[in-house]
Design a protein around this ligand. Structure first.
Ligand code: SAM
Ligand code: FES
Length: 359
């Protein structure tokens, strides 16, 4: 390790303590921590774990992920299911198949289902409303999360009225310029942000997030991400490393690292003490112990796959994605064992933010 004057380390520690107490820092202060992460990362992780344990003890909330379509009209430069990738074998799950996945998940102890997919106009509002209502009728004690990209205010409103509780829409980056380097011209940063604000205004529990180490991301952008998250105060934040996909324009770009992802997870935990923070599959893909390390860095959610085995290998956003082989029951058993080894436990609970936060 490079020689580091003692007073520098003391200053970084004081910043972490300030974040621990005030739950926020200025842009400049976040930037100092990010730029000097090598020296301060162990202390940040210890404090973040302390905060997670204070609010959530050793409990981990699970969300059953149903990847129901890999058709997508968009062409994000980083994403394996972008519409121009002709090597993808496309699939759609029909209503009965989606409902069946939720039924299986319920029996395995899941009380939240995340329906995720590309932006696929096959799933009209009417069709989605029918799916949401059926799952809710079968399992009134469950929460439904949608993650199907940008839609109109009216569409989000109908889906909410049908019983959808939560919506995951990563903002992808807080910087408009950076957004434009990750997306084609017909996609707009302003519309992404409009969607996030519509979802908030409609009363959804909202999840945002970004990829760590995406091409052209800078420390300055990351410091702004933390300021943005504090202001928005979302219920959930999903971050995971960018991992290159061989059939995208970013095939040759370097992937993000688990070290930086873990460090940012800890800063987010300290900034938003009650947030629901997943240790993502992407983190488990670049590091075999990534999900366990994510939990020890302050994450408190896991999102195992409930999609039918036959389609899992077709929903490849990035190369070498893990957990594409086993059936759902096997996956959850494996995760439970792994989590027990680090002295955490998976709970059968919807894990609603407001209830967990106590308001
Ligand atoms: N279509 C919906 C949307 O845009 O929100 C949901 C599906 S989209 C594939 C889910 C998330 O996957 C994106 O928000 C993005 O952050 C992440 N993702 C896509 N490509 C990735 C890659 N190469 N590495 C890591 N994460 C990626
Ligand atoms: Fe589908 Fe980005 S490629 S939303």
């Amino acid at each position: 390790m490079a020689y580091l004057p003692r007073q520098h380390l003391v200053m970084y520690k004081e910043l972490v303590d300030k974040l621990y107490i005030n739950q926020k820092l200025s842009y400049e202060e976040y930037l100092i921590l990010i730029k000097n992460r090598e020296q301060i990362k162990d202390y940040v992780a210890i404090k973040a774990k302390e905060v997670a344990n204070l609010h959530y003890q050793n409990k981990i909330y699970i969300r059953g992920l149903i990847e129901f379509t890999n058709y997508c009209k968009n062409n994000c430069l980083y994403c394996g299911i972008r519409c121009e990738n002709q090597k993808v074998e496309r699939y759609r799950l029909l209503k009965d198949e989606i409902v069946y996945c939720a039924d299986i998940g319920y029996d395995l102890g899941f009380r939240t289902f995340v329906l995720q997919g590309g932006e696929d106009s096959y799933y009209t509002d009417d069709y989605l409303v029918d799916i949401i209502k059926t799952i809710k009728k079968n399992h009134p004690d469950c929460a439904i999360t949608l993650s199907i990209g940008e839609r109109s205010f009216e569409s989000y409103k109908r889906l909410k009225e049908a019983g959808c509780d939560r919506y995951l829409l990563r903002h992808e980056t807080v910087s408009k310029h950076h957004y434009e380097t990750l997306h084609p011209n017909n996609m707009s940063y302003d519309n992404r942000m409009r969607c996030i604000h519509d979802l908030k205004n409609l009363g959804y529990q909202v999840g945002v997030g970004f990829m760590v180490g995406s091409p052209n991301q800078t420390d300055e952008i990351l410091a702004n991400e933390l300021v943005f998250l504090k202001e928005l105060n979302p219920e959930m934040v999903g971050i995971g490393p960018f991992i290159s996909h061989k059939d995208t324009p970013f095939a040759k770009e370097a992937s993000g690292t688990s070290e930086l992802t873990l460090f940012l997870l800890s800063l987010i935990r300290l900034t938003l003490p009650y947030a629901l923070l997943p240790a993502t599959t992407a983190l488990g893909t670049i590091d075999p112990m990534g999900r366990e390390k994510g939990i020890l860095a302050g994450a408190n959610v896991l999102m195992p796959n409930l999609s039918p085995q036959g389609v899992r290998k077709k929903y490849l956003l990035y190369d070498n994605k893990i957990c594409t082989g086993d059936e759902a029951a096997k996956c959850i058993q494996c995760l439970k064992r792994r989590i027990q080894k680090i002295a955490y436990e998976i709970v059968v609970d919807r894990g609603d933010y407001a209830l967990l936060k106590g308001n």
